[in-house]
Design a protein around this ligand. Structure first.
Ligand code: SF4
Length: 340
């Protein structure tokens, strides 16, 4: 994967961190500089550029997902290992969620690990993902954070979930080789979509074929794998194409070897409608309405039709695999016939 950075900006606080040293070593030839006043720098230049910022996260590293009223509990939390993403999907909710577009990696690993240990003390946490504030694996071959934190999960009932649109898994396969105990707690989830949607709406990511090959390779290496169809963008939705996607997954990894599927139809939290509108018009085709939380959502009967179609396709090839809906309330689950 091509290195997307022209320089590294190091907050003075992060200067002596082991992770900072590792990143510099893995980006030879990329100039770096120290910065005393990072908040000022970000405030003055908030837009995404080709620099990578290394600093400390001062709050809690492990967070609960904001819950949509009426949704069944998902048993999931997320870890803030970084902010923003080298990929540029037109629909990315981070555009409206974060105050700036700079790519930041947090290097205070000791505190991150201690927060993860605390979260793992709770028996009801099924998964903790690193993929909420950026693609989990896009920079992972440089940061190595997945392999740093994975051993903490050993012996717990919780999975560390990396979510990705990349094929950047070689370092994980290599790093877990001959350490089979480690793989029990690792899940890599690929977000997939029809090729036309990937080409038009997801930039810098791996192609559908590359992701399929990566799923097959990870699965063959003994890594738990899962698939998200999220967001399903109505403009690109064709029942047959999703059926074909599910068939391709079954052909790549074999029936039964995907741990779970998750489906979510395109929705726009407050602010995203305006931001995404600057980069893509295809996202808005369809009838959208504002829900009680202020999110713009596709007309409910249309969502239910899409969920039912995809669920049937999944059931044809993966009769036992768990299927979840992303951020939909219990009534929508009931209407689709998908068990919670
Ligand atoms: S991969 Fe995820 S985090 Fe990165 S730009 Fe796309 S939607 Fe946003």
């Amino acid at each position: 994967m091509k290195v997307p950075f022209e320089r590294i900006i190091i907050d003075k606080k992060a200067q002596r961190d082991e992770l900072t040293g590792r990143i510099i070593e893995r980006l030879p030839g990329i100039p770096f500089e120290y910065e005393n006043d990072l908040p000022r720098l970000i405030a003055e230049r908030p837009a995404k550029d080709r620099s990578l910022i290394l600093t400390h996260h001062s709050g809690e590293f492990v967070k609960d997902f904001p819950s949509t009223p009426g949704t069944p509990p998902c048993g999931e939390k997320y870890i803030i290992t970084m902010l923003n993403c080298p990929f540029t999907c037109s629909y990315c909710y981070l555009q409206s969620y974060l105050e700036h577009g700079r790519i930041v990696v947090f290097t205070n690993l000791k505190k991150m690990k201690s927060d993860i240990r605390k979260a793992l003390d709770r028996p009801d946490v099924l998964r903790i993902t690193t993929g909420e504030m950026g693609d989990s694996l896009a920079l992972d071959h440089i940061t190595g954070v997945t392999l740093d934190i994975l051993p903490l999960f050993s012996g717990s009932k919780t999975l560390l979930e990396a979510r990705t649109k990349s094929a950047n898994t070689g370092h994980i396969i290599e790093g877990t080789k001959n350490r089979p105990g480690l793989l029990d707690n690792l899940l890599i989830t690929w977000t997939l979509a029809p090729s036309a949607a990937i080409r038009k709406e997801e930039r810098m990511v791996s192609s559908l074929e590359e992701r399929m090959a990566a799923i097959a390779e990870a699965s063959a290496a003994g890594i738990n794998t899962a698939v998200r169809f999220d967001p399903v963008i109505p403009w690109y939705y064709r029942k047959e194409e999703y059926e074909r996607l599910v068939e391709m997954i079954a052909d790549s990894v074999g029936r039964g070897s995907i741990l779970r599927f998750e489906i979510g139809v395109m929705r726009f939290p407050p602010g995203l409608w305006e931001e995404a509108g600057k980069v893509s018009s295809a996202l808005f085709k369809g009838e959208y309405f504002r829900d009680r939380e202020g999110k713009m959502r596709l007309y409910r009967p249309e969502r239910i039709r899409i969920y039912r179609d995809i669920y049937q396709s999944i059931r044809r090839y993966f009769p036992e695999t768990r299927v979840d809906l992303s951020m939909e309330d219990s009534e929508v689950w009931e209407d689709t016939g998908i068990p919670t």
